[in-house]
Design a protein around this ligand. Structure first.
Ligand SMILES: [Fe+2]
Length: 202
């Protein structure tokens, strides 16, 4: 086994491009019965088709039209989201829903890495994982939001929440007044990933 791995490693070193290296590692794992290709295909499917912001948009729209659901969502996000058939991984032990108001803007980050409630709001965008965002959103939140296009009046309080491995967040945006009375499906269509992270308002 040691000899084989050494040979594989020298093959990898000769490969110039990242896709070639990935293919080589995948093949090496497949040959050893570790089903890497199957795993990659399954993960790609989940990331592209299942873990999408449309899930969170459904949650937000339901909260806007159904006050009882909204109450349950704010009390126990995990249980309420599960009611809608949206899966939450076991290790996301708590889903805390942060309610924005006209004078409070909640913002999510992960100062350590890239954690999000990804089955609900989708995989984190690249900027969310950048050290630039992770460090500055905490110390210079108003400036960073302005740089990202959200220029909040001084009377709006900004609350920054640092995600951990077992506590994930979802920002519940304020419903735009002109959408009051819209059907749930139409409301869901206006909810964006960035609004559920808290770097945008609707
Ligand atoms: Fe993280």
């Amino acid at each position: 086994m040691t000899t084989n791995l050494a040979t594989d490693s020298s093959v990898l070193q000769r490969s110039s491009s990242m896709p070639q290296r990935v293919d080589a590692i995948q093949s090496a794992l497949d040959e050893r019965g570790m089903h890497a290709t199957e795993g990659v295909e399954e993960l790609s499917h989940l990331a592209l088709d299942e873990w999408v912001p449309r899930n969170g948009a459904r949650v937000v729209a339901r909260a806007w039209v159904d006050p009882a659901f909204r109450e349950r969502l704010l009390a126990n996000g995990r249980e309420a989201v599960t009611e809608l058939g949206i899966p939450i991984p076991k290790h996301h032990r708590h889903l805390v829903v942060l309610e924005n108001t006209p004078t409070v803007q909640n913002v999510i980050c992960c100062t350590l890495c890239s954690c999000t409630a990804f089955t609900i709001i989708g995989l984190p965008p690249d900027w969310y994982k950048d050290l630039e965002y992770r460090s500055r959103i905490v110390r210079q939140s108003r400036t960073v939001l302005r740089e990202m296009g959200l220029d909040l009046p001084p009377d709006v309080e900004i609350r920054v929440w640092d995600t951990t491995a077992d506590t994930r967040y979802l920002v519940l945006p304020v419903q735009p007044p002109h959408t009051i009375g819209w059907p749930e499906e139409r409301l869901a269509a206006i909810v964006t990933r960035d609004a559920m992270i808290g770097v945008a308002r609707l």
